[in-house]
Design a protein around this ligand. Structure first.
Ligand SMILES: *Cc1c(COP(=O)(O)O)cnc(C)c1O
Length: 395
């Protein structure tokens, strides 16, 4: 099948919810991908921060191969070995004492929101309200859509879930003013991804943590995009030196397989008791085997150091372009970087893709760079050169 044939087949039969780029991928390795016509691309997108270990990381491939030949599924009516091992691994590497396994980011956030509400109902006093932020992205289910502070995602889906309120992102005073007696949790991304790689002021997370203590509400951190090594630490909140009550993970967790996780403290997780929540596929053995291999590799100090080094290098090269080619600002951390353009970025994305580089544009004008964390400095330079030519072309 060629690119054109794959595109035609999808166009004829798939529900058209994706505004897709006209290319069909058939193979990947490390930071490289090949399309159905045999063309090679350098990857500065990593499947939207999923392929943090690069494409087809050998440890993940081998774990999947071995588990697929052993046990594919058994049901949460029983125990399986990979799920417990993965939860133990996540607890060992984070503040978490308990983990609930889901199949996606939205489901992990849905579980976090349900857990907060249930915790609130057990605290008494009728507390239920979740405060989320403008510009956020938390998923496409109704609860997570409601917490997503971007109107374009809400259009046509009203009414949304009651009991969720949006507060300006990065504004500690606004959040302090927003907490009221009904409030049970504050839910934020440590760095907003879809919202345009928005880094909050340095004291924001610590301020939210202190606020949560003071008002006895929960702090939920959505690390689905910024977690798992992306910022040069295993979890983005480590930069702020504080821990949440609940953290959600997905995207890079399965090394390319679909899996999500809600990680929580014992105190909060105790509000979930047998029968109150669940998922048929949650903790699937193959997804968990992949995730065990992925988390082990992502937690390697040498990899995290590499992210900081290559991230700093790429950032420096991008910053040298500020004021030229219509680039106004560079922001982000580690290998989660954004370049704010003075014009829409879609034409730059197209130009790069045609020249063999995958980049993304979000929030209309923010070129977003999320390369696999294993990308070499030489590959980063190769991609940057393509990007610079695309910007200079001023399409
Ligand atoms: C992608 C994303 C989600 C949703 O994850 P899905 O697996 O698509 O449901 C939630 N939060 C953030 C921050 C994300 O980037």
């Amino acid at each position: 099948m060629t690119n054109a044939e794959a595109i035609a087949l999808s166009a004829a039969h798939e529900v058209g919810v994706y505004a897709r780029q006209p290319v069909a991928f058939v193979r990947g390795r490390g930071a490289e991908l090949w399309d159905a016509d045999g063309k090679r691309y350098l990857d500065f997108f990593a499947g939207l921060a999923v392929n943090n270990l690069g494409h087809c990381h050998p440890a993940v491939v081998e774990a999947v191969r071995a588990q697929a030949a052993t046990l594919l599924h058994a049901s949460n009516v029983y125990y399986t070995l990979p799920a417990g091992e993965l939860c133990a691994l996540l607890c060992r590497h984070s503040f978490a004492e308990r983990v609930f396994l889901a199949n996606s980011g939205a489901e992990a956030n849905e579980a976090a929101m349900k857990l907060a509400r249930r915790w609130g109902s057990q605290q008494g006093g009728g507390r239920f309200e979740i405060l989320a932020t403008t510009g956020s992205f938390h998923g496409r289910t109704f609860a997570t859509l409601t917490a997503t502070g971007q109107e374009k995602y809400h259009t046509g889906f009203l009414p949304l879930l009651p009991g969720v309120r949006l507060v300006p992102y990065g504004d500690l005073a606004a959040m302090e003013a927003a907490v009221r007696d009904e409030t049970v949790a504050i839910m934020v991304e440590p760095i907003q991804g879809e919202g345009g790689v928005v880094v909050p002021p340095p004291d924001y997370l610590a301020g939210l943590r202190a606020l949560a203590e003071r008002r006895d509400v929960l702090l939920i951190l959505d690390e689905i995009q910024c977690g798992l090594g992306r910022t040069g630490r295993l979890f983005a909140h480590e930069h702020a030196g504080v821990t949440p009550d609940i953290m959600t993970l997905a995207k890079a967790l399965g090394g390319g397989l679909p899996i999500g996780a809600m990680c929580a403290t014992e105190r909060v997780a105790a509000a979930f008791t047998p029968g109150v929540h669940g998922s048929t596929f949650g903790g699937n053995p193959v997804a968990c085997a992949a995730a065990i291999a992925a988390v082990k590799a992502l937690a390697e100090p040498a990899l995290l150091e590499h992210v900081r080094t290559v991230g700093q290098h790429l950032r420096g090269r991008l910053e040298a372009l500020v004021g030229r080619h219509g680039i106004q600002q560079v922001r982000g951390m580690g290998l989660m970087l954004g370049a704010v353009l003075e014009r829409p970025g879609a034409a730059v994305v197209d130009h790069c893709r045609e020249a063999g580089l995958l980049v993304n544009c979000t929030a209309e004008r923010v070129l977003r760079f999320l390369p696999p964390l294993v990308i070499t400095r030489a590959q980063a330079d190769e991609g940057f050169a393509i990007l610079e030519r695309a910007l200079a072309a001023r399409p």
